[in-house]
Design a protein around this ligand. Structure first.
Ligand code: ATP
Ligand code: MG
Length: 478
């Protein structure tokens, strides 16, 4: 083991240099390599490598680049929050490839699942533009690519799945490192480290290194004393599999505490996938019964703020559901393709509409001095009727309230074009009136009768602006 002060961490030192050194992942390797070799004659110019942490996604990209003579231009999710960053990098990448006559550059966007979410819409759009117009292979990585917000990216990328590494794979790599570093390590200790890592080779190598540096001899005792059990977060699919296949109640409960899902999301996932997992009607009834009781508790928590009830809700939705398969217990272990909750998909799809509705509600609320809830529940439905039945009047309202085109569309539906046409007409009239008012206005400076007359005309013009339809025009002019 090297003990120089500028030691390279083992995860870096033992990062695969060649594709063959990436353990397991044969399917992912061959899919990725054939995509990269065919580039740019490929259906999709980007690849999305997804899978659990520390299983070799970034390693494979770097090994392949090394083997095929590509440079890797790497960006992390946190770097591409701003659209301009992505464009700058992409430009630099394409210029560099022509300047140095290399085969090219791989643009590696690590952890793209970090850019989902509303505040990063600009970032996501820029990534999409890059993916569609790139001159270089774009490779993205993600742990969880199933976020609805990432759907456009998924559609534009070759999806390549990485599997969680098995305990055997992890032990194999650890043993190789021990040999290279001249470390004496008990097999049981390696097994223990591998087991704790749950297939995350990065964390296993880090654990091994930490133990080896301190003790040079890695024994099971030392490993057990020093390595805390790692609570890795499970994705929704793993959570469901662990929960349904739980043999004991405690296992089912743990599946939720180790999950990325909070209890509300978990409810939706379980609800959506119950009929996929259980086939027996009575088992299904039992499971839904438990789930609906959990829902009652959750409702009570919201109303009363009594969080002690959460324990009951969690027991019912996990253990209650897992123990429901009594007539057909083998269903618990059946491999099932889990699907994303429709409700969440729908919410994602209607996100934009809901945002328009909320903005509209706050405009109305501030004009009428009512709450946004009242605006949503009482005023918007009324406006919808007006916008459908009376487009002329609707146009006046739109002008007065300064509604955006999206808001008009939200209120008028198919009548939008008509309302927009009236609105344009109103705006034309508005500028005409403003122009005429200006023409009639004679500055005070001029002496004599004219000055008097001038100020009168001006006065009339402004007063005229004050009433009726023109009040809308006047307001929206500023
Ligand atoms: N399949 C593998 N074969 C060989 N080494 C691996 C493999 N997977 C991970 N490693 C080791 O673990 C370290 C981390 O792996 P890598 O960066 O490829 O993980 P990742 O899948 O990109 O994880 P993340 O999702 O967290 O980015 C690497 O430096 C390498 O040493
Ligand atoms: Mg990575």
């Amino acid at each position: 083991m090297s003990s120089s002060p500028r030691r390279v961490p083992w995860v870096v030192k033992y990062r695969p240099k060649r594709i063959a050194e990436v353990v397991n992942q044969d399917e992912a390797k061959s899919k990725f390599v054939s995509w990269l070799k065919s580039w740019p004659n490929v259906k999709k110019k980007a690849a999305l490598l997804y899978g659990p942490p520390g299983c070799g996604k970034t390693s494979l990209v770097e090994a392949a680049a090394n083997e095929f003579g590509y440079d890797v231009l790497e960006m992390n999710a946190s770097d591409f929050r701003r659209a301009s960053d992505i464009e700058r990098i992409a430009m630099r990448a394409s210029r560099a490839s022509t300047l140095f006559g290399k085969r090219g550059r791989i643009i590696l966007l690590d952890e793209v699942d970090g850019i989902s979410g509303r505040e990063d819409v600009g970032g996501l759009e820029a990534v999409l533009r890059l993916v569609r117009n790139t001159n270089n292979p774009v490779v993205m990585t993600a742990n969880d690519p199933w976020d609805p917000a990432l759907r456009p990216l998924r559609g534009n990328a070759e999806l390549i799945e990485f599997k969680r590494l098995s305990k055997r794979d992890v032990v194999r790599v650890l043993r190789r490192i021990c040999e290279a570093e001249n470390i004496i390590c008990e097999d049981d200790a390696l097994n223990y480290i591998a087991e704790k890592s749950e297939g995350d080779l990065r964390s296993a190598i880090n654990d091994l290194e930490a133990l080896a540096i301190g003790f040079r001899r890695v024994t099971l005792d030392v490993a057990k004393t020093l390595l805390r059990p790692r609570d890795r977060e499970h994705n929704p699919f793993e959570t469901l599999r662990n929960m349904f296949s739980a043999k004991y109640c405690w296992q089912a409960k743990i599946s939720l505490s180790q999950s990325q899902l909070d209890y509300e999301q978990a409810m939706l996932w379980i609800h959506e996938n119950l009929p996929n997992q259980y086939t027996d009607v009575e088992d299904l009834w039992r499971a839904y019964e438990a789930l609906s009781r959990a829902d009652v508790y959750l409702g009570r928590i919201v109303r009363s703020g009594d969080w002690d009830l959460l324990a009951y809700a969690v027991d019912l939705m996990t253990a209650g559901v897992a123990m429901a398969a009594q007539n057909n217990p083998r269903d618990k272990y059946r491999w099932t393709k889990y699907s994303f909750p429709q409700k969440l998909l729908l919410m994602a799809r209607t996100r934009e509409t809901r945002a328009v509705r909320d903005d509209l509600a706050s405009i109305i609320a501030s004009h009428l001095h009512v709450s946004t809830t009242t605006a949503k529940n009482d005023v918007i439905p009324l406006l919808k009727i007006i916008f459908t039945l009376n487009p002329k009047y609707a146009a006046k309202l739109a002008l007065g309230l300064k509604l955006s085109e999206k808001m008009i569309e939200f209120l008028a539906g198919p009548n939008k074009t008509l309302v927009m046409r009236y609105l344009e007409e109103l705006k034309r009239k508005q500028s005409e009136v403003a122009r005429k008012a200006e023409e009639h206005y004679v500055p005070r400076k001029e002496s004599g009768e004219n000055a008097e007359e001038g100020s009168k005309v001006k006065h009339r013009a402004t007063r005229k602006k004050g009433g009726g339809l023109l009040s809308y025009i006047g307001k929206s002019k500023q």
